[in-house]
Each structure stands twice: as structure tokens, then as C-alpha cells.
Design a protein around this ligand. Structure first.
Ligand SMILES: Nc1ncnc2c1ncn2[C@@H]1O[C@H](COP(=O)(O)OP(=O)(O)OP(=O)(O)O)[C@@H](O)[C@H]1O
Length: 496
């Protein structure tokens, strides 16, 4: 959701069927693992071993997690969302259509009035109050962190995160307002997002003091286990002290404009909560602090069984068969249907925002697909206004952000259900590019990614077709299996 061109030292493009992925190398500083030595960490040396306190270690081995191939995410920055040199700095507003410098400052608030249920305060009104909200004074003072220890009820001493000094990587809750480096080749500025949903106070809350980072020992030092990192958010593995539950805690980082960050944070958490009952999303567990929330951790860390679809493409391991991919395509389609039914659009669906995993309890079962990163989600009834891009920006979007529907890039439509279907179609084509046996999925993907929105199929129709493909794949004999090849060669010999 958050993208900063400046975060990356190099950018290279990779094309996956219609979707061009950009592989970005995070700057060294950004990649640096947190060294999070708790005063109470045991002096155990297990390289790459996930360590927490000995009494609560649940997961032992974790292969080094690939840093998220920033890959799939780039279009936002290239879409003129890379306008980080402006003062807004709120990356999530990037997903809001952008305006040229001239228009962005004059744009009237086009939003429908917000309801009481969503808090009724908009980031625009905040910005108006605060003069675009760029100053640190616009929002409550920064928090900062330090690690102290406390004795638990079991009499053991546990690291305790208290908020007192600038936060380090293992701790949540600090904002890093002002860290934005800017890179604004197009000299456009994100508009102020007027779509805040208000305070997420109605959401479940997780007591921060109940969370401990899960640690791993690398070399001589401990560092927090990172599940992944996006451009503006990072996801760490945490464990509840009270019941041992493992959870993925996503913290927004590199925030320049705290008010906008809160707007985005609120939307993401509200959307996560709205789809929490859907199996196709990680379960939302609760907000932790202003910029962190906890969700179900996807996959089995011991056996490293979750990757983004993009990472799986890159592995080229043939680990997933065409039937598995069809299952993932169905899961994502169902998830998108659930999300639309809950009143939200995703707006950022691509292969790096789809996780593929096996059921941790039963490795013999097939693969599942889960949709992540709701940082660009908007209420269907309250989308941001269409983005007005310059000709140059449009060209870039068409080239690099193939998952974005053309009407979104052209600025002729707001994000909507059909633009999500378009992104789904591009995802299907990316998946089909991975397997020769998925030409039917490719054809379906092309229909979903029809340039004309009303020609795109409805999601229930897509789901039916996927079920049919699945069924046919199960019932038809393989055309290229060893037996089929033998049979074919025998036939050829007989003919000769
Ligand atoms: N629930 C989860 N369980 C395990 N890993 C996760 C989970 N959520 C996210 N991740 C990992 O963290 C990475 C970053 O998450 P996410 O895409 O939400 O961050 P982001 O900052 O919004 O990224 P982006 O650059 O796309 O904006 C993901 O690619 C994935 O590898």
C-alpha cells in the first residue's frame, strides 16, 4: 500500500503476462533486521532459529524470509504516487487519485457526508484544521519506546515494551513521522485523502503490553522475526504473553503525515475487520496502537509454508500444481466476493498481495489463497474521486501497473467492483503464465480484464467457471503424463 521510490536502491522490471512487476531492492538501511536483544534473552545460539523466551518458543526454524518483492507494488509510486516530495507524505493517499499540483490544492471535497458510524471526521477536515497536517504538531506527540522488564504472574521476567523513546524495529507504536525521503519525478502531489472513517475505537483492541516479539538469533544477535515488509509497512511475528497466540503485527512505518496515516490505518483496519469472517483473509485480531494492528499469521513458520503468489512464481519450484493454482484462484475470487458483499473494494489486488499457503495443521491438504494488504481498500459507497493523471503518468501506469483497470488510469471512473474484477483477471493471467495447463484460466482472466467494464463477468460467474475447470481437471486424464507419452509413442510407431 505504501510505496516510496526513494526506499529502493534499484528498480528492475519483470513481466508476468500482462502484469509487469518491478523488483525493487530496498535500501540497505531499510532492509536491516532489527536487533532486538532483550535483557532477558537467553544466551542460546541457534542460527536462524526463532527465539522467544524459552518457555514460550513455539516455532523453531524459520528460513530467512524473502523480503517482499516490492515488485508488484510499484505502480502506485509510478502512478504519480511516487510524489513523495510533497508535504503530504501519506502514502496511502497515493491510492487516492492524484491531482496535478494545480488541481490538488483546489479540489473541493467531493465526498458524501460521512456517517456517524464511521466517525464523521475526514482527513481533509483534519488537514484543513492543521494546514495540511505535515507538521509533527498536527497530531499527538510522537511516542517512543524502550525495553524494560517486568515479572509476570508466573514469576518469570519478560521483556516489556514501554513507550518512552524512539522506537526500534521490534517495537510497535512509534511513528516515524518525518522519515520520508522524497522522490518526485513527476512533481505531482497526492491529494489529501478525504475518506477517513474516523477512529477505529469500535474495533477490537490488543493490549500492547501483552505482546512480545518473536526473536531469532542471527549470528551473535537476536532480531525480531519479520514476516514481510512493504514500502510503508512491516509485518512482524508477535506472541501473546497470556495465551501464547502467534500473530502478525503490521506497523505502518515511514509516515510523514500522521493525520493521513491515521486515515489509512483506520481504513485498513476497518476493512480487515469487515472481512474477518472470510476464510480468504487473515483474521483481524485487533488494533495495537495508532499505527499497528494484529492479524492472524498466515502459514506455518516451522516449515515455511507461506509465500506471496509472486514469490512462488519466482521460486519456479513446481511445488504448486495447476489444480493448486485453480484452488488459489477460487479462494481469491471468493474473498473478493466476500469483500464486496461487506461493502468494500480492495483496489490493489496483484500477485504480491495474494499469499499462498498450506493448511498448517494438515500438510497433506492442498494450497489456499489469502488476500492481504487492504491498505488501499475503500468503502464501495465512498471511493476516492477519479485520479487525474498527466499523459506521462498515464503512460507509466499503463506500462507498469497492468493490474489497474484502464478506466482508473484514464480517470474516467472511481475504483469499484468492476475494477477489482479487472485486477483479478490480470492475476489469473499471471498465474496462467506459470503453468502450461492453465490456458482456460488465462482465457477467463482475459474476459475479466476486458477493457470495457460492463463486459467483465460477475464474480459469481467467475467462481462457477473456476469450479468447472477444477472439476474437468480432476476428471480428465492427463495428456502429458508418462503413460500418455508412452501411448502416444506406441501409436506413432504403429503408424510408421
Ligand atoms: N497475515 C500475514 N501473515 C504472514 N505474513 C504476512 C501477513 N501479512 C503480510 N505479510 C507479509 O508482509 C508483507 C508486507 O505486507 P503488506 O503487503 O500488507 O505490507 P504493505 O506495506 O502494505 O506492502 P505494500 O508495499 O504492498 O504497500 C507481505 O508481502 C507478506 O509477505
Amino acid at each position: 500500500m505504501f510505496r516510496f521510490a526513494s526506499e529502493f536502491a534499484s528498480v528492475k522490471f519483470r513481466s508476468l503476462s500482462g502484469y509487469r512487476l518491478v523488483s525493487l531492492q530496498p535500501a540497505a538501511a531499510a532492509r536491516r533486521d532489527a536487533i532486538a536483544l532483550s535483557p532477558n534473552c537467553p544466551p542460546v545460539k541457534f542460527s536462524e532459529e526463532v527465539m522467544r523466551r524459552p518457555e514460550t518458543v513455539h516455532h523453531k526454524t524459520v528460513t530467512s524470509q524473502q523480503s517482499r518483492p516490492p515488485a508488484a507494488t510499484e505502480c502506485r509510486e509510478r502512478s504519480g504516487r511516487d510524489n513523495k516530495s510533497d508535504d503530504s507524505g501519506y502514502e496511502k493517499s497515493d491510492l487516492s487519485p492524484q491531482h496535478s499540483p494545480s488541481t490538488s490544492q483546489q479540489r473541493p471535497n467531493q465526498d458524501p457526508p460521512l456517517t456517524a458510524s464511521n466517525g464523521g471526521s475526514t482527513s481533509q477536515s483534519v488537514a484543513e484544521k492543521t494546514g495540511d497536517g505535515d507538521s509533527d504538531n498536527d497530531c499527538p506527540a510522537r511516542v517512543s519506546t524502550k525495553v524494560s522488564s517486568k515479572t509476570t504472574s508466573e514469576g518469570t521476567s519478560s521483556p516489556l515494551i514501554s513507550i518512552t523513546a524512539p522506537q526500534d524495529d521490534i517495537e510497535m507504536g512509534g511513528d516515524q513521522v518525518g522519515e520520508l525521503e522524497t522522490n518526485d519525478p513527476d512533481n505531482t502531489r497526492p491529494q489529501i485523502s478525504p475518506h477517513s472513517l474516523g477512529s477505529p475505537s469500535s474495533l477490537p483492541r490488543i493490549d500492547k503490553s501483552d505482546l512480545n516479539p518473536v526473536m531469532t538469533l542471527k549470528g551473535n544477535s537476536y532480531s525480531a522475526v519479520k514476516l514481510g515488509k512493504g514500502e510503508f509497512g512491516e509485518v512482524s511475528l508477535m506472541q501473546s504473553r497470556s495465551d501464547g497466540t502467534l500473530m502478525a503485527v503490521k506497523r505502518l512505518t515511514k509516515l510523514r503525515n500522521p493525520c493521513r496515516a491515521e486515515d489509512a490505518f483506520t481504513r485498513e483496519t476497518q476493512a480487515m475487520d469487515a472481512v474477518s469472517s472470510s476464510k480468504a483473509f487473515p483474521k483481524f485480531l485487533g488494533t495495537v496502537d495508532r499505527y499497528s494492528f494484529a492479524m492472524e499469521s498466515i502459514g506455518n513458520l516451522d516449515k515455511r509454508t507461506s509465500w506471496s503468489a509472486y514469490q512462488m512464481f519466482k521460486k519456479r519450484s513446481n511445488q504448486m500444481k495447476s489444480l493448486d493454482w485453480l484452488k488459489v484462484a477460487s479462494d481469491v475470487t471468493k474473498g473478493l466476493m466476500d469483500m464486496h458483499e461487506a461493502g468494500w473494494t480492495h483496489n490493489d489486488l496483484h500477485s504480491d498481495n495474494v499469499m499462498v499457503c498450506r493448511d498448517p495443521e494438515n500438510q497433506s491438504t492442498g494450497w489456499e489463497g489469502k488476500i492481504i494488504d487492504l491498505g488501499y481498500a475503500y468503502r464501495i459507497d465512498n471511493p476516492p474521486p477519479p485520479q487525474q493523471l498527466t499523459a506521462k503518468q498515464k503512460k507509466k501506469h499503463f506500462k507498469d501497473c497492468a493490474q489497474l483497470a484502464p478506466e482508473i488510469i484514464e480517470g474516467t471512473s472511481c475504483y469499484n467492483v468492476q475494477s477489482d474484477v479487472y485486477s483479478l483477471g490480470v492475476l489469473f493471467q499471471d498465474i496462467a503464465a506459470e503453468s502450461r495447463r492453465l490456458s482456460c484460466l488465462k482465457a477467463l482472466g482475459k474476459r475479466c480484464a476486458n477493457k470495457t467494464p460492463h463486459m467483465r463477468p460477475a464474480l459469481d460467474e467467475v467462481l462457477q467457471e473456476l469450479s468447472l475447470m477444477h472439476y474437468e481437471r480432476l476428471t480428465q486424464p492427463r495428456k502429458n503424463g508418462p503413460l500418455a507419452n508412452l501411448f502416444r509413442s506406441l501409436k506413432n510407431r504403429i503408424r510408421a
